[in-house]
Design a protein around this ligand. Sequence first.
Ligand SMILES: [Zn+2]
Length: 181
Amino acid sequence: MRTLIVEPHADDAFLSLGHTLCTRAPSEEVAVLTLYVQDARRIDEGGAYAKSIGAKGYFYAPSPERIAEALESTLRQFAPDLVLSPFGIQHPDHLAARACVDARGFPRVRYYLDVPYYVRPKNAAAIQAALAQCAYRVVSIGSPQPEKWKALPIFQSQAKFFRLNPPETLRAPEIVLERTP
Ligand SMILES: [Zn+2]
């Protein structure tokens, strides 16, 4: 199984799927595509994280105008069986990343709930509305273990973000959904 993780920012695969990625089956090969990179430092962090989880590739879009093109070329190069997309909650880049994946129409897509946004009470109504638009089933729920947090020091540029978010938010269960026909 080859899985491409599409992340809006260089820390989203870690935040929303870090535990899942630590505990994946040995036969599962992954690559990571970052759609929005703010600066070279974050590209380095995204690449270092991808390496730390044994990813087969790390890709990023060179500019926000070229995210669809970057997705297309990554699909061609990595040839995944499955794409993991953000569900798309609160942050405009997360919503745009989801829209980009959906617009591509890849045959097999799963959606991970965006940490930390999905646990914020103010987003509950928007999440309920999005879930009501089509039927989903839960594919997996992971409860983050300390193993996940070993990668935290990689994200030096985000130290303030991690300090500002309460630790229990960042230990939120990792939830992956799939649309049902
Ligand atoms: Zn993000």
